[in-house]
Design a protein. Sequence first.
Length: 252
Amino acid sequence: MPRINSLVGSGVKLLEGKTALVTGAARRIGREIAQELARAGANVAITYLRSKVEAEATVEDLRALGVRALAAQVDLTSPEEIRAVVTAVTAEFGGLDLLVNNAGFFESVVMEEITPSQWDHMFATNTRAPFLVAQAAHSSLKQVKGRIVNVGSLGGIHPWATHAHYCTSKAALHMLSQTMAKAWAPEISVNCVAPGMIVQGELDEAYQHFAEKTPMRRNGTAKDVTAAVLFFATAPHFITGQLLAVDGGLGL
């Protein structure tokens, strides 16, 4: 994908004047996504649940890139809080052009020990919340022919034996993305990025065995994921309903 490579770090402001909302973006990959969108010129709102200090630091970093930014605490299992934060973001920035449903939950539990509450929490976070946020943002995105990018997982494409509830919730998110794309066309494009083994810093050594099984002979980085998100954020609006695995070929 030469277009992706030409955009990352190029300084091109393809999103200048646009507003993006990134859920769960105080830390880790969400933070990297928010920064990449800001580097492309977008004003960025992020959500967080408990990571207030990290969220405030992320907002400072985003503003240092010359864009407007804010952080909002929200429980993504609450429809009321979701509607309130989407309303607040659109009011503050005068609209919404891009929604990135990044917030998610991950845990490893053998299938026979998964409790109903663990199952429900996984789906509430990974599937129900993206639906509710997208639903709340629908009218604003429709007005401007906006975009939604959902962050799925390679686990939603290939089953992992000790992550049944996680894999199933992400598979549901993938289908939800395609259903949204069909239901909300032609005004809103909806696509999904499915990261594989993504590591940062010292974790890379601990997961080296995955790199050895990956055709590209390395684990993924946050930059690999942000490049894919930026692609869908700036690609032709005609591209919709797509699932892009960012896994170095691990899923082949």
